[in-house]
Write a protein that binds this ligand. Structure first.
Ligand code: FPP
Length: 228
């Protein structure tokens, strides 16, 4: 990957767990389990490549409409992931931040989130944002309401500085696995000038090599930010 311009902040829409499981005659929850196991692999690899912030779309504000069994399974996987992350924190310099509304999450999960965030808050080498109960529109509305409550002026900058991802800034590259060509309410404000990379590969099959392919393609894009 020498000579490739590495994006500072990468967002990933991890789609395709359900189809991956169905294709194997298994329940959708099996796909989420495999997808969850894949998270560690890609997170480690992305930071090794020099990415400084990674935002993963784990559960959207709209995902509550899925069957209860599937929602409960996903919540458990997220809690387990955070627990495991907290245990390994002593040998990691990654800061973990959970983005999205917390009101609908269980007390248990919120406690786990707060613990990992607090324990990792001084870590400096990279930031891992996990989007849980997240929606880009909801984020913008919450942010504007916060600014109004603080009696602050609403500007492009004041919004940027008060989004959940304020620490990580704009997202340079958004990767979506699973073949759909849309953003599904992910990082709408931060992604105004993101490069988009879509692949048919389903999330549990998305490996280091495919991540590198996305980085290489990003390296070839000419980013003009509306200028000539
Ligand atoms: C989309 O696949 C994926 C999700 C809604 C959940 C993503 C969650 C994980 C990868 C596991 C947990 C995450 C972490 C950070 C530990 P889909 O179910 O919509 O798949 P389909 O489009 O094939 O139905």
């Amino acid at each position: 990957m020498q000579g490739v311009n590495i994006p500072k902040h990468v967002g990933i829409i991890m789609d395709g767990n359900g189809r991956w499981a169905t294709a194997r005659g298994q329940k959708r929850s099996f796909g989420h389990k495999e997808g969850s196991a894949n998270v560690d692999k890609i997170v480690t690899h992305a930071f090794k490549r020099g990415v400084k912030a990674l935002t993963l779309y784990a559960f959207s504000a709209e995902n509550w409409a899925r069957p209860k069994e599937e929602v409960d399974g996903l919540m458990k996987l997220l809690k387990d992931y955070l627990k495991k992350f907290a245990k390994k924190l002593y040998k990691s310099d990654v800061r973990l931040i959970v983005i999205g509304g917390r009101e609908q999450l269980s007390n248990d999960l919120v406690k786990q989130i707060e613990e990992v965030e607090k324990k990792s808050e001084n870590n400096k080498s990279a930031v891992l944002n996990i989007a849980i109960n997240y929606g880009g529109r909801q984020e913008i509305v919450a942010c504007v309401n916060k600014l109004i409550a603080l009696n602050k002026e609403i500007t492009v900058e004041s919004i940027s500085e008060n989004l959940y991802t304020a620490v990580s800034g704009e997202v340079d590259l958004i990767i979506r696995t699973g073949g759909e060509l849309r953003l599904s309410n992910f990082l709408l404000y931060q992604g105004a000038y993101s490069e988009l990379y879509f692949t048919d590969v389903l999330w549990p099959d998305f490996n280091e090599e495919q991540f590198d392919k996305a980085l290489s393609e990003f390296g070839q894009r000419k980013r003009r930010f509306g200028k000539v």
